[in-house]
Write a protein that binds this ligand. Structure first.
Ligand code: HEM
Length: 182
């Protein structure tokens, strides 16, 4: 996984969970006390799993809750970090999910043959209902849910998200029905 995501995790931990000291403690707990993550370098997936697991343990929360909260932080950060994709006004959450699925994950670092971006796609069943399909060997559907929630906060939208099938329950992909609430 790219360092940019690890660096967002560092920001998330320092902003929402106790500052640099907490981050240093997590690095130490996962056996990499001096680790610095560079955005365009790749790091083992296991490291982010270990860091998130240690954070969940330290906060005494289920891992899925921590991943979802992290996702809610990451959604708006992705928009500001990769603002080149989001020129102009009028974006909303569904637009962002659609372009992430159809274009963004595909074009970022395309030159790197070892990268494994998530497989994300979405279609609108109606103006207010988007059906999202997610497949990745990382099985980070709580992050997907959080990103949707975080984007909603950014764009002033609220959603009811129903996950109708999940890789953690043996499905070959996760499917989420995302209903915009008025
Ligand atoms: C806003 C524009 C977005 C950008 C620029 C972006 C970019 C990225 C990048 C660079 C990675 C790391 C991939 C790797 O290391 O191979 C990533 C991972 C990920 N992205 Fe996005 N993303 C965006 C939107 C979204 C959206 C809308 C969702 C879901 C609703 C999403 C879900 C994920 C997930 C779950 C991962 C973790 C890796 C995995 O599950 O395999 N992203 N994204």
């Amino acid at each position: 996984m790219y360092g940019v995501i690890f660096d967002f995790l560092r920001e998330y931990v320092t902003q929402r969970h106790g500052g640099e000291e907490t981050w240093k403690a997590l690095l130490a707990a996962t056996g990499n006390p001096h680790r610095v993550y560079f955005p365009v370098k790749e790091y083992p997936d296991q490291e982010i799993v270990d860091l998130a697991g240690s954070a969940a343990e330290a906060l005494d929360l289920p891992l899925a809750d921590v991943l979802e909260d992290f996702g809610s932080y990451v959604g708006p950060r992705l928009i500001s970090f990769y603002k080149v994709f989001f020129t102009g006004d009028g974006w909303n959450t569904f637009d962002v999910i659609e372009i992430a699925g159809s274009r963004i994950h595909d074009v970022i670092h395309r030159h790197n043959p070892t990268r494994k971006p998530p497989d994300l796609s979405a279609h609108r069943e109606s103006d207010d209902l988007l059906v999202v399909h997610y497949h990745s060997h990382r099985r980070l559907c709580p992050v997907v849910r959080g990103i949707i929630r975080g984007l909603g906060e950014k764009y002033g939208e609220r959603f009811a998200i129903e996950e109708t099938q999940c890789m953690h329950q043996g499905a070959d992909e996760c499917v989420m029905r995302v209903q915009r609430l008025h």
